[in-house]
Design a protein around this ligand. Sequence first.
Ligand code: AMP
Ligand code: MN
Ligand code: ZN
Length: 890
Amino acid sequence: MDSSKRKDSSNTVFADPNSENNDEEKEDLCPGFKDADAFVKYGLGAVLSATKASASLPQTGDEYDFYRSFPGFQEFCERQGDKLLQGMSQIMQHHGCRSHMRDRNKLTGLEERFDLVVDSNDVILERVGILLDEADGVNRSQQPVLPAGFQAPKIVVSSWNRKGSGSGSRSETFRLLHAKNIVRPQLKFREKVDNSNTPFVPKIFIKPNAVKPLPSYFTNKQIRKERPEDLDVPAALADFIHQQRTQEHVEDMFSHPYQYELDHFTLTESLLSKPQPLMYKPLDETKCSFIETLEDLVALNEKLCKLSEFAVDLEHHSYRSFLGLTCLMQISTRDEDFIIDTIELRGELYILNEAFTDPAIVKIFHGADSDMEWLQRDLGLYVVNLFDTHQASRALNLARHSLDHLLKHYCTVESDKRYQLADWRIRPLPEEMVQYARSDTHFLPYIYDCVREQLLDFNHGQPGLLQCVWNKSKDISLKKYVKPIFTEESYLELQRKQKRSFNTQQLTAFRLLFAWRDKLARQEDESTGFVLPTHMMNKISEEMPKEPQGIIACCNPVPPLVRQQVNELHLLVQQAREMPLLKAEIAAQKKKGLTPIKKADVTLFGPHDTSRVSESDLHNCSTDEMPIKQGMLFAEDEPKMDVDEENTSGLVAKAKITQFEEPETQNDPESLPVGQMKARRIIESFENPFRMYLPSNNVHISKNAKFDPSSKIFEISKRWKLQSIEQQQKELDAKKKAKEEKKELSKKVADERKKAKQSYQESLQNVPTVREQAAESVKPGTKRERVASDVGESTPKPSKKLLKSAEKPEKTEPPPPEPFKPFDYRKSDLKVFAGNKPTDNTQFDPNRQSNDFRKKKKPKGQKSNSGGGKSMSYMAGKSDRGFKHNWPKR
Ligand code: AMP
Ligand code: MN
Ligand code: ZN
């Protein structure tokens, strides 16, 4: 790896926008190159070869350890490592981030270094953004303050979205930069996004291809209606209480709806036998349809149900949304490509569950980890019978496991990933982006054939290796989406990652800012990175500016919500300043005179900002500090955390976020007792994800097309729900019977599947009817009539066929699944939602669950992958909540 080349190229990428600024002077800025684009192209080429070279280095783990035992290799590594660190440090310095990459031997410092690099990247990219905006005639600092809920049309579309050279016209180069007026897609959503601080509950309400019926919680709104005792309680809470009362299993609410089916999924022989690869059709000879209406979606679903496999991919946006948004779904069959607008059809996509959960149809993904979560979270979709080509690539030990690489390897297609991080909310979707999206799935069915063939060849025809890939894929499809939950401790998790020793006041500031950011991000439906990037939060906590203006000075560029709420933030900082410093803390700080408290490691300002250097001595909390060691980015002395941690844990309990005591609540004329106020807040914080299916006077819901009898979706879901309601009723009856007739329960799973399949086949026969209806209903005239009759029936009688198919599952009521240890909500401390410190460590914490899960699932040597996501400022924000995605290498 040639570090000087790397440096050059990185500089080029980042410096390029400068050249746009000076417009005509481009050629002077890139001596030896035709224009800036040519320079960038050269730079990217250099980066690419460096990346390739690094990918071919011995992998971490055994391989690396083995090589490392040779002194020659060791020496080489160290020399190159030094060179790289030096190069990086130079780049950082060039951008005003003072740094020296020292201490190369400290492995413990690796994560810290990584964070610093991420921080620096953020700074650099932010500057790039400002410069691009400036070049585009937008002066960010003059942004008007917009009313809450309405966001500035300014969109961060950065250099990576730019079309490279070669294609010629300048207008094309900047095409995406002009897509500034993006309407927030959330405004269109019929079902409001649920950012509440409560665990995620699956969106599913009908379950195609069920072997085990969907728990009543998800289907039975009839019962809910008949609970007069709960009328004055919010719906979600009423459900919860009802379940406690009726002893229904609460775990149903949080379990994977297709867990049972996946656990009992068996591969058919054909999936383990050697395929004859079926060549893909050339892109330009393949029909590509954009799906944005329900009729088209229903027709697509029908098409898919007849296939034996198809490929799927998703595109996602995470900067201007708290939880993230699935913007696009690409599906490729052997003959056709489909691009589905998942923003437009968000509420309807669940109908694809029919194909997605059909165990007889293989769903091919590449690197499906995140996709599984996004499908569940936004679309209520699940996958049964997944094949992940990323897992196949790993099993085959290919040089790289990215889709790019597979495309090159099997299809000799040079792909271009520059749109991967584009803003996928843009509508109408530019043609280039459609083409990009399409190529993400178009070749996958063929690749699926090739890798299966090779996996068998690799293993001398034995299915072991292939089986292994199927199993890994299944594990991925069992992944559950877990919502980020705010607890009193969340900030510590992030703070620890910063590896900065904060004193009590600074830590308090950090905690208050963290809570402010989380609350505002949920409320405004923005990412935490958009509200206040972590590095700015660090800066404010560290400096604790005395004036609101000082807070603004800590942020460059100033996030709109920071500007808007700077007075609130100032109050928080003031509150933190009032915290007394502990004696031990002061002493510890003095002791640290030898090893000074580390100030912000990276100056997060541009070169024009010199405030830190000149002012640092004036700040309150730095008066008894030694002067900062210049250029100590990666200091040898690890900050001594033990002292601080001890003290802080004592302090955390005392601290209180008064910021969020809503003024109205405080001045409530009724002046409720604290306990009741908290209870009220808990209740208010509950947002039922199924609200859309409940009758209500809420405007959002009454507008809901699912209950608008004139809407097509009403017809479809009604018909489908008939099945599940029937199934539900039968299930209840069966449960009673089951107690008496235990023999029934011991029937074999193979039997069940057979029958379920049969019942599914029968139910499939209804699909054309649904489709016909959807198609028919488009015709004017016919629609009104039929709808009226449909609505007239308050309790429509299901057809015999429907009844029959619904009957199947309980006839074959499966043996009770393995004893399941439900989370006992009676033990849980709901105070956590009211902002009280939970005392019980066994508190249900979906984040923790997910982290454990991820840790377990994370394959060896993949660590570097997760870095990809962190390279953007908003991803850094996401990772704050333990939301590090394991981006598959592309
Ligand atoms: P892909 O799997 O390449 O289709 O990517 C799906 C989505 O994941 C993209 O639309 C991006 O939102 C996101 N994504 C992929 N790779 C990265 C990355 N390295 N960093 C951040 N987001 C990513
Ligand atoms: Mn993907
Ligand atoms: Zn994609």
